[in-house]
Design a protein around this ligand. Structure first.
Ligand code: HPA
Length: 279
C-alpha cells in the first residue's frame, strides 16, 4: 500500500474520472456510514463504481455503496462519494486522502463531509446532527497524516495552517439553514480514531477530557488534505450512538446503520439548503 502517491498517479485517476463525467462540479459531498441515501436525489447522474477507477480503493464496509455519483442537486453540479475508505481497512493515509486530491485536480473548491459518530458529549442523543467546528487530529499527531512524505506544492505548502479547518462562512450558512428547516443541531469537536474496534469506557473518558464531543473513524484525514489544497470545508456528524462511558451498553455497527435512517432526512434538509444558499 503506497505511503505516498505522486502527482502523476493522482492525475491518472483524474483523467479516468474526467472521461466519464458530463458535469463540472465545484462542490463535493462525502457520505458516511448509513448516509449514502442522500445520493439518490442527484439528477442526471454519471455513476462510476470505485472498482472501475484506477488506484482507487474500494471500500469493504457494509453501509458504503462504493461509487462516485456526479450530477446536479438543488441545481448545483456536485460530485458525491457514496461511501469512503478508512485507515482500518488496511490502506495508507495517502490512499485515504487520494479522493480529495482527485477532487482538487478536478477543480472542486468546496467539500461537504459527513460521518456517523458516537456521542461523547453527554448532552447529545442518537439522531442529532453535530456541525463540526473543529477536530482533534489524534492520529495525525501520532504520525498518521495524509501529508506525510514529499510535499506536492501544486496542492499547498509543506506546513499548512489548520486554524480554521471548518469554514466559518459555511458554518454560518449551515446554522441558518438548520434553523430555517427546524432541524435541531449541536456544534462541537470531532475526533478521529483509527478503529475498527470501538472505544473502551476508559478510552472515552480520555477523549472527553481532551475536549472531543463526538468520535468516529474518518473525516479528519480528508479534511487535512482538503485544507492543504485550499478547499473550504463544511463537516457534519450524524450522531448514531451514545458513547459507552459507563460500560453498561454495547456499541454495534448495526446500531450505527439504523441511526442513519433517522439522520438522512435531517442531513438532506441541511445539505440541500446549504447547496441552495451557495452561489
Ligand atoms: N465510535 C467510533 N466510531 C463510531 C462510533 C463510535 O461510537 N459510532 C459511529 N462511528
Amino acid at each position: 500500500m503506497s505511503e505516498f502517491i505522486p502527482l502523476a498517479q493522482i492525475d491518472e485517476v483524474v483523467e479516468a474520472v474526467r472521461k466519464r463525467i458530463h458535469h463540472q462540479p465545484k462542490i463535493a459531498l462525502i457520505l458516511g456510514s448509513g448516509l449514502g441515501g442522500l445520493a439518490d436525489a442527484v439528477v442526471q447522474p454519471d455513476i462510476i463504481p470505485y472498482e472501475e477507477i484506477p488506484h482507487w480503493y474500494r471500500s469493504t464496509v457494509e453501509g458504503h455503496a462504493g461509487r462516485l455519483v456526479i450530477g446536479n442537486l438543488e441545481g448545483k453540479p456536485l460530485l458525491v462519494m457514496q461511501g469512503r475508505s478508512h485507515y482500518y481497512e488496511g490502506i495508507s493515509m495517502a490512499q485515504v486522502g487520494l479522493p480529495i486530491r482527485v477532487m482538487q485536480r478536478l477543480g472542486i473548491e468546496i467539500l461537504i463531509v459527513t460521518n456517523a459518530a458516537g456521542a461523547i458529549n453527554p448532552d447529545y442523543a442518537p439522531g442529532e446532527l453535530m456541525l463540526i467546528n473543529d477536530h482533534i487530529a489524534l492520529m495525525a499527531m501520532a504520525g498518521l497524516n495524509p501529508l506525510r512524505g514529499p510535499n506536492i506544492p501544486e496542492f499547498g505548502p509543506r506546513f499548512p495552517d489548520m486554524s480554521q479547518a471548518y469554514d466559518r462562512d459555511l458554518l454560518k450558512i449551515a446554522r441558518r439553514v438548520a434553523d430555517e428547516q427546524k432541524v435541531g443541531y449541536r456544534e462541537g469537536v470531532y475526533i478521529c480514531l483509527a478503529g475498527p474496534s470501538f472505544e473502551s469506557p476508559a478510552d472515552l473518558r480520555f477523549l472527553r477530557v481532551i475536549g472531543a464531543d463526538a468520535v468516529g473513524m474518518s473525516t479528519v484525514p480528508e479534511v487535512i488534505a482538503a485544507r492543504h489544497g485550499g478547499m473550504r470545508v463544511l463537516g457534519i456528524s450524524g450522531i448514531s450512538n451514545k458513547a459507552n462511558l459507563d460500560g453498561n451498553t454495547i456499541t454495534t455497527h448495526a446500531e450505527v446503520l439504523e441511526a442513519g435512517k433517522m439522520l438522512v432526512p435531517r442531513l438532506t434538509a441541511v445539505i440541500n439548503g446549504v447547496l441552495r444558499a451557495l452561489p
